[in-house]
Design a protein around this ligand. Structure first.
Ligand SMILES: Cc1cc2nc3c(=O)[nH]c(=O)nc-3n(C[C@H](O)[C@H](O)[C@H](O)COP(=O)(O)OP(=O)(O)OC[C@H]3O[C@@H](n4cnc5c(N)ncnc54)[C@H](O)[C@@H]3O)c2cc1C
Length: 415
């Protein structure tokens, strides 16, 4: 890629310098060229790849420093003109006046209550400081599967995890800087380890970058060696619209989807629940439909990670969770989705229709006696939808479908 750029640079006076692996810890191009490279399927595999490619000391892998800001930015008008007028490059040139008008438009569209994750490096560094550098115990005790999917108790928009993904995926925060800040917290302290630790999360990120580079048709369900082509159901516009707009009648799913619409973000376990619900759990729809909706709405949308995680959750990839582990979309306090169920403020915030509902019924409001619905000023079926499917029946049917689809695939691969 860099060779191509260099070959089309029009002037020999244009000096260029290549910074490999700016967006990842590993130099993906170099790693996949090595003879001992293999496609990772697990944290153990990705650790082997790290061991093969990075030096290590007792405190962990040496990932290098993040790049410093340029000390000086100079422009030479002759060079700029020759680049702008170059046949091959001109299509990538956006005149400053268009950028300015686009920025003005975005600026006027930003509504402080809605755009929770404000952009920019300052915001990124500020969040890094607040959530990581100043909280070594949070880093050292971080166990991803134990984090709460319904966000901070005091603010239903504030992640219980770092909330740094919008900044990493948009290039506002160096992944190396985050890694090294975690190492500072870990230094001389007992701390959690991959896959659960924060460093473990960054290693998953590397895994998906490697796979997205090497697996052909990474974003497809056909001819993709990391995806079983399961026989998903016909595109069902009613089910998909209900899912996308947070109107399925399952308050936990709907709250997550409304949060996504409003803030562009959702906790990892919320993403687990809504993707499982759309695919192998309840709605039996192709994972690519959900992937596209996420891609449009996520403020941290990232092609490698979004596809990798949808493959994981749909149960179709070599690294997937077992297809028969289906989340209950009406979680209780014991659910592995880690939901705050006592006050259920997360649900009340995102689904104002249910604001006065008793917590006892709020995750399955259609079960509340009519008297309670009336008292709570929310009649299910009128003010908030009835569930669009029977969760237990669809779970059962889809488990059978998945098993049969799997068996058919095995049969056809033997023939
Ligand atoms: C269906 C689905 C789609 C997803 N799509 C995206 C996406 O488009 N972009 C995206 O950044 N993440 C995606 N994720 C992964 C994960 O949910 C988010 O990275 C995480 O929730 C971001 O919150 P955080 O920054 O607080 O994460 P933290 O737990 O604080 O983790 C720190 C960083 O590690 C990385 N990370 C964490 N979890 C994962 C993971 N499972 N896979 C890869 N990297 C990870 C992210 O860069 C994250 O910012 C998806 C997950 C699912 C289940």
């Amino acid at each position: 890629m860099m060779d191509e750029v260099q070959s089309i640079l029009p002037l020999s006076s244009v000096k260029n310098k290549v910074f490999p692996a700016v967006n990842t810890i590993l130099d993906i191009e170099e790693v996949i060229k090595k003879r001992n490279y293999f496609n990772p399927k697990s944290m153990k595999d990705i650790e082997t790849i790290f061991n093969n490619n990075l030096d290590k000391n007792p405190d962990g892998y040496l990932v290098g420093e993040s790049l410093a800001c340029p000390k000086q930015v100079t422009t030479d008008n002759d060079i700029i003109d020759s680049l702008v007028n170059n046949k091959l490059l001109s299509e990538f040139h956006i005149p400053i006046k268009y950028l300015e008008s686009d920025l003005r438009k975005i600026d006027s569209e930003i509504k402080p209550n809605i755009s929770y994750f404000l952009g920019g490096e300052d915001e990124a560094l500020n969040r890094l400081k607040r959530k990581v550098s100043e909280l070594p115990n949070f880093v050292n005790e971080f166990r991803k599967p134990k984090t709460v999917s319904t966000n901070d108790e005091t603010d239903p928009r504030e992640p219980s995890t770092t909330g740094l993904s919008p900044y990493i995926s948009n290039g506002c925060l160096s992944v190396r800087l985050l890694w090294n800040e975690c190492k500072v917290a870990n230094f001389n302290s007992t701390h959690t380890k991959p896959p659960e630790s924060l460093i473990g999360q960054l290693m998953f990120r590397e895994m998906f970058y490697l796979l997205s580079r090497t697996v052909k048709n990474w974003d497809d369900d056909q001819n993709n060696s990391n995806c079983k082509p399961i026989d998903w159901g016909e595109y069902d516009i009613d089910k998909i619209s209900a899912w996308e707009s947070g109107m399925t009648g399952f308050p936990y799913i709907d709250a997550m989807m409304r949060q996504l619409e409003s803030t562009g973000w959702m906790h990892h376990l919320g993403r687990h629940a809504v993707s499982c619900f759309l695919t192998r759990g309840q709605l039996w729809q192709n994972w690519k439909i959900g992937r596209d909706i996420f891609d449009r709405k996520l403020v941290d949308a990232d092609w490698a990670l979004n596809n990798g995680n949808w493959l994981w959750l749909a149960g179709v990839a070599p690294f997937s969770m077992p297809y028969y582990r289906i989340y209950n979309p009406c979680p209780d306090s014991k659910s592995s989705l880690n939901v705050e169920t006592v006050d259920a403020d997360f649900i009340r915030h995102w689904i104002p229709e249910l604001v006065s509902f008793p917590s006892k019924y709020i995750f399955e409001p259609q079960l509340a006696p009519l008297e309670i619905q009336k008292k709570s000023k929310c009649i299910i079926g009128e003010d908030y939808p009835n569930p669009i499917v029977n969760r237990k029946e669809t779970r059962k049917e889809n488990l059978i479908r998945f098993k049969e689809s799997n068996a058919n695939l095995k049969k056809s691969s033997i023939q």
